[in-house]
Design a protein around this ligand. Structure first.
Ligand code: ADP
Ligand code: TRP
Length: 322
């Protein structure tokens, strides 16, 4: 079973990304052949400053390696190091109905927010389809927000195969049933667009400060509190042992506990949870040569697969010497 997923290099990763997407993706390495890449072509649709592009890619690569991506097992590369994918994008574009892309909600949402869309943003799902199809992927683990893009991929693959023969493998989506949505400091979904995140690798003092600011209700210390409606408790669930969690649950329900106490413990637990990864990250960040080597090796392995699918697809549509 080949598992494939892409990660946009669009900012520092937060603990919502970790518990909601990265950890489940990394766990799949134990049982499957995983292909994970940094979707730098996709990130250009938001026109990042050129000086920031390379740094963001390196940061995401270091984060993934620090958090347990095993480059011996998993093929890990920069999307733009395998440009074959853009050629397949063109072949797929020519059989993709405009209406299919016009119906994509992530595009429609961005337009509704007032963003003036470029063609790259409109064509984004076709590039994503090419990413998936060029590597004959069977399973694509993504958050629920990406479900429609996987459906579009299958639709495009079916059209291509109907027109030109059975060339492309149909993937299945694997919607990551995460530990529910991780709340941010203000209680909304943790997201870099809401500025309510706890970044995985921000300095420990910053993590403590942010956690003390998590929004809670104003129940007095002595009163009973509802753990199921508390942002602090929702985060404790991610990092506390089952035993400790049930102790906190009792303390919430019995009253006599202030939220400040729970927040202090939450900060300790989050810091402890990520400590080994943080150490690993420091080590990796001092060895950029190694990071580049991992990505280049990954690109070589990825390219071998991509070139083969692309050659079949070119031939099938009638290009090149037949
Ligand atoms: P952001 O909302 O910060 O822009 P992205 O949309 O880039 O994050 O998310 C990348 C991945 O992380 C997606 O697969 C998404 O499902 C997951 N993710 C992001 N935020 C959360 C959250 N608060 N809880 C659970 N999963 C999340
Ligand atoms: N669109 C995905 C996201 O924003 C990133 C992505 C690009 C991707 N290509 C992919 C995910 C291929 C899965 C498969 O999260």
């Amino acid at each position: 079973m080949r598992v494939l997923s892409g990660i946009q290099p669009s900012g520092r990763l937060h603990i919502g990304n970790f518990f909601g997407a990265m950890r489940p993706q990394l766990e799949l390495q134990a049982e499957h052949e995983c292909f994970y890449f940094i979707a730098d072509y996709h990130s250009l649709t938001s026109n990042p400053a050129p000086a920031e592009v390379a740094q963001r890619i390196t940061d995401v690569a270091i984060d993934y390696l620090a958090l347990g991506l095993d480059p011996e097992k998993t093929v890990f590369w920069r999307q733009s190091d395998v440009p074959e994918v853009t050629e397949l994008t063109w072949l797929l574009s020519c059989i993709t109905p405009m209406g299919l892309l016009q119906r994509c909600t992530s595009f429609k949402d961005k337009v509704a927010q007032g963003l003036s869309p470029n063609h790259g943003l409109f064509a984004y799902p076709v590039l994503q389809a090419a990413d998936i199809l060029i590597f004959n992927s069977n399973l694509v683990p993504v958050g629920a927000d990406q479900k429609q893009h996987i459906e579009v991929t299958r639709d495009i693959a079916i059209r291509f195969n109907n027109n030109y023969g059975e060339i492309l493998t149909l993937p299945k989506e694997h919607i990551i049933e995460s530990v529910a949505v991780v709340p941010g400091l203000d209680g909304r979904k943790m997201s870099k667009s809401y500025d309510n995140t706890i970044e995985i690798f921000e300095p420990e003092a910053g993590i403590k400060k942010k956690i003390m600011k998590i929004v809670t209700d104003s129940t007095p210390v002595e009163d009973a509190k509802d753990p199921d409606n508390c942002n602090v408790f929702a985060l404790l669930k991610l990092v506390a042992s089952a035993e400790e969690l049930s102790e906190w649950e009792n303390r919430y329900k019995n009253g006599g506990m202030g939220y400040g106490e729970a927040k202090k413990r939450l900060a300790e637990l989050i810091i402890d949870y990520f400590k080994p990864y943080r150490e690993k990250r420091v080590e990796l960040a001092s060895n950029i040569g190694y990071i580049n080597e991992v990505l280049e090796n990954g690109a070589k392995r990825a390219k071998a697969v991509a070139a083969e699918t692309l050659a079949k697809a070119r031939k099938a549509v009638g290009l090149g010497v037949q």
